[in-house]
Design a protein around this ligand. Structure first.
Ligand SMILES: Cc1ncc(COP(=O)(O)O)c(C=O)c1O
Length: 453
């Protein structure tokens, strides 16, 4: 394609009109938007997405192009309604377009969306204080980025800076993001192997939940003189299918890391802010990590923002002698911080972690009943709170369940590191009637699949 400024001007002008229009599109407009979206994805974004997306392959004559949402329900551009049991892979704890977050962000938008980069921007300080107040132990200083992987990259750098060491111990099937550092920690070859050499320091993978394996790896590194900067895990693994560790895991690795002078990083990007039934996943085991990362729902489902929070002592090398050791121009801007302040406020006010615990306790036994009733389909159901994994006999069945649900107007989450697992990860504000609707439609899909086996 050659330069075409004229067309870019016309095209963007037309889309500014679409974006700024308040009314729902007419059917003709909707059809045009669907056709255009498919064309643009195929020609300019990623053609192969169209093959993979159930919203394209399972939506009937017209692909589902999302348009608006509220709570745990969203609509496509044709006005078709979907129950959201994917929750943006954990980004929508507060549901779609939470009114308090939207109102706050709009107000900040009208005042000043981005900081000067030189003056003190007040919201960054407010959010840092809130993070100190709501995180466990004496975690006190924060750095802000836009995505989970950025928070984890920062956590790795902080651990290296503080310890002066380079190795990391992480989990098989663990997921921490897809930029080079986080990706080097990935516990599955699919996304990592094609990249070849990335992080140059040693990375050791141990089975998740196996405290003895962590203790042994720490002991071996100590004995052979390999300096370990940090041990890093998700409190409950998300992308591998909502896998909770045994109860002794986190307390034992906390003790072992202290013994060897190694930092403990909790990646709460997906589990943080209530998802598993506590505000932080590590609270299930009363463990205080040295570094905690969070993203996804920190922006209230409205803005992208992530945080890494640690103690004053560990944060010192980020402050002295050079306070600009780790910076980003756009991360932690005023709009993003305003969304996070509102999201934290709503989470605390509504005690969303308690809702996750109660709703998970309602949903999980009913899903367990399906495991007994459909033994040819299910392997097991795992998880904590509203981070629930349905594990099927094979990936084909997993796909059939997810597409069967989509055809029935329910969106669920696949996983990045386990092909035969489907996650149930709705907004924490999901209602009981919506959960009953999920169960009814799931049973309907299961019956159909069972008959076809
Ligand atoms: C535990 C965990 N860490 C990190 C990430 C990466 O976050 P992001 O996609 O915002 O970079 C994810 C994303 O799924 C995650 O689940």
């Amino acid at each position: 394609m050659t330069y075409d400024y004229e067309d870019a001007l016309d095209y963007s002008s037309r889309w500014l009109g679409v974006i700024q229009k308040n009314e729902f599109p007419t059917v003709e407009e909707a059809h045009r938007i669907i056709d255009e979206s498919k064309h643009n994805f195929a020609e300019h974004y990623n053609r192969n997405w169209l093959e993979y997306r159930k919203s394209v392959t399972q939506a009937g004559d017209w692909a589902a192009v999302e348009w608006s949402g509220s709570g745990a329900v969203f609509k496509d551009v044709l006005g078709r309604e979907y129950l959201d049991f994917l929750g943006g892979f954990g980004m929508m704890d507060l549901g779609w377009s939470h009114p308090d977050v939207v109102k706050t962000v709009k107000a900040q938008l009208d005042r000043s969306p981005m900081p000067s980069q030189e003056l003190l921007d007040p919201l960054r300080g407010v959010l840092a204080k809130l993070m100190a107040e709501i995180t466990p132990g004496d975690l006190k200083y924060s750095w802000f980025g836009a995505s989970g992987t950025e928070a984890n990259e920062a956590a790795m750098k902080i651990a290296k800076l503080y310890t002066g060491k380079s190795a990391f111990i992480v989990a098989v099937k663990g997921f921490h993001g897809k930029t080079m550092g986080s990706l080097s920690l990935l516990g599955k070859s699919d996304y990592r192997a094609p990249m070849g050499q990335m992080y140059a320091g040693p990375v050791y993978h141990v089975p998740f939940g196996d405290a003895e394996a962590v203790e042994k790896q720490l002991e071996i590194c100590d004995r052979v003189g390999i300096g370990v900067a940090a041990v890093m895990f998700e409190p409950v693994q998300g992308e591998s299918g909502a896998i909770a560790p045994p109860d002794d895991f986190w307390p034992r690795i906390r003790e072992a890391t202290k013994k060897y002078g190694v930092l403990l990083i909790a990646d709460e990007v997906q589990t943080g802010l209530g998802r598993t039934g506590k505000l932080w996943g590590v609270e299930h085991w009363n463990v205080v990590p040295d570094i905690l990362t969070v993203a996804k729902s920190l922006g209230g489902g409205v803005m992208p923002i992530s945080a890494v929070t640690t103690t004053e002592e560990i944060f010192k090398p980020m402050m002295y002698p050079n306070p600009f050791m780790h910076t980003t121009t756009t991360g932690g801007g005023a709009l993003a911080c305003s969304a996070a302040i509102a999201a934290i406020h709503v989470t605390l006010r509504e005690k969303l972690w308690e809702q996750a615990a109660e709703k998970g306790a309602y949903l999980t036994p009913k899903l367990q009943d399906f495991v007994v009733k459909y033994p040819n389909i299910f392997e097991k159901v795992t998880g904590m709170g509203l981070l629930i994994g349905m594990h099927f006999k094979n990936p084909e069945i997993g796909y059939k369940v997810a597409s069967g649900l989509f055809k029935r107007g329910v969106l669920v989450a696949g996983t990045l590191t386990s092909a035969q697992t489907v996650r149930i990860e709705p907004p924490l504000v999901v209602t009981y009637p919506q959960m009953d609707a999920l169960l009814n439609r799931l049973e309907d899909a299961l019956k159909e699949i069972d008959q076809s086996l």
